[in-house]
Design a protein around this ligand. Structure first.
Ligand code: NAD
Length: 339
């Protein structure tokens, strides 16, 4: 019989891709979220709309499950996590505390937790040219935002559940995952999707907004690499946190230039210095990943953005068409006006 797995956050960007990945791998999958994906029909065998801040819903979600991939979180891009603090900590601490306990009581064998590069201390990320972040550099702790503090707390909770109850926990520290079928508007989008949208919306020769001076650095990991990394980590015997990210560091200006070349547009950059920018520089050190998983991400930023830009642009264009149709008076309304 195939393993029965639960993916929480299955209506979200990474979760909806992960459900499909696991289904393609022969697993029986239950997806749980408070929403369905707006972009992708879920491939799950069962999809349940459950609010995982509530204990009884976590118990229902874990019922009959062998392995959990815990991705549900109240989160968003830098504009969101740097402005919403209490709600993020409140929701995520409830989701993760209840989910771990419900998984333990249900006799779950393995539990993957989606942590974040946001757990790394601010003092290691103060210049654009920072050394890449290795897993051992998380302490002394000083995450840049409350979202990161909660992630660090749940990393520790996972370790405690292994120590006290023997639950096999796996922790991936995601570094800026991107790709098609992710949020690209509304305030929760991340830099790659936001950049694609801004370029797709702009008129050639016009301008795009860049938050900060654009010289802050990041690395971005394509969704397919993220899924492969998560899966390999889950199958490994490694219980310590592991980076799941790319080592290809770029400035936000370079990311913008890439999006412009994919959109075939020349745009002026309008720098908004008062917008949230997060840490000055961040990159993933993948030495441990190579050792533990015998693998590292394979998709370059140019290749991954080459798949992401056309999808975001198609969504932007579809939105334009929808708005145009909505703005045009219907035939009935036109007839009524004429009469
Ligand atoms: P996402 O926002 O697209 O997905 C998260 C999902 O969790 C959403 O669909 C949301 O509806 C769901 N959720 C929120 N509150 C819930 C609740 N109370 N009950 C049930 N479901 C709830 O984000 P994503 O990019 O797919 O991220 C998935 C996980 O990876 C998250 O835990 C996130 O913190 C982590 N992560 C992502 C990135 C990234 O770059 N995308 C980076 C670091 C960490």
């Amino acid at each position: 019989m195939s393993k029965r797995v639960l993916v929480t956050g299955a209506g979200g960007f990474i979760g909806s891709h992960l459900v499909k990945f696991l289904k393609d791998g022969g697993y029986w999958v239950r997806g749980v979220d408070v929403v369905q994906s707006s972009f992708m029909r879920s491939a799950a065998d069962e999809f349940e709309l459950l609010d995982l801040r509530r204990w009884e819903n976590c118990v229902a979600a874990c019922d009959g499950i062998d392995e959990v991939y815990s991705l549900a979180a109240n989160m968003g891009g830098i504009g969101f996590i740097e402005t919403v603090h209490g709600e993020v900590m409140h929701d995520n601490v409830l989701i993760n505390t209840h989910m771990l306990e419900a998984a333990r009581l249900a006799g779950v064998q393995r539990y993957f937790y989606a942590s974040s590069a946001c757990i790394y201390p601010r003092y290691r990320q103060e210049t654009a040219e920072v050394p890449a972040l290795a897993e051992g550099e998380a302490y002394p702790a000083d995450p840049d935002n409350e979202y990161g503090w909660e992630k660090l707390y749940t990393e520790r909770l996972c370790a405690a559940y292994h120590r006290d109850y023997g639950l096999e926990t796996r922790i991936g520290r995601f570094h800026n995952i991107y790709g098609p079928y992710g949020t690209y508007e509304g305030g929760r989008e991340k830099a790659p999707a936001a950049m694609c949208r801004k370029v797709a919306e702009a008129i050639d020769g016009g301008e795009i907004e860049i938050w900060g001076d654009g010289e802050q650095t990041r690395s971005f990991c394509y969704i397919d690499d993220c899924l492969e990394g998560v899966f390999r980590l889950m199958r490994s015997d490694w219980r310590e946190p592991l980076n799941i990210g790319s080592e290809e560091s770029v400035t936000i200006n370079e990311l913008a230039n890439l999006a412009m070349s994919l959109g075939n547009k020349r745009l002026r950059k309008n720098y908004l210095l008062d917008k949230p920018q997060g840490v000055r520089g961040r990159n993933s050190d993948n030495e441990l990943m190579r050792k533990v998983l015998g693998w590292e991400p394979q998709v370059s930023l140019a290749e991954g953005m080459g798949k992401t830009y056309p999808w975001v642009a198609s969504q932007v264009n579809a939105g334009r068409v929808r708005r145009k149709i909505a703005a045009e008076p219907s035939t009935a309304a036109r007839t009524a006006t004429a009469e």
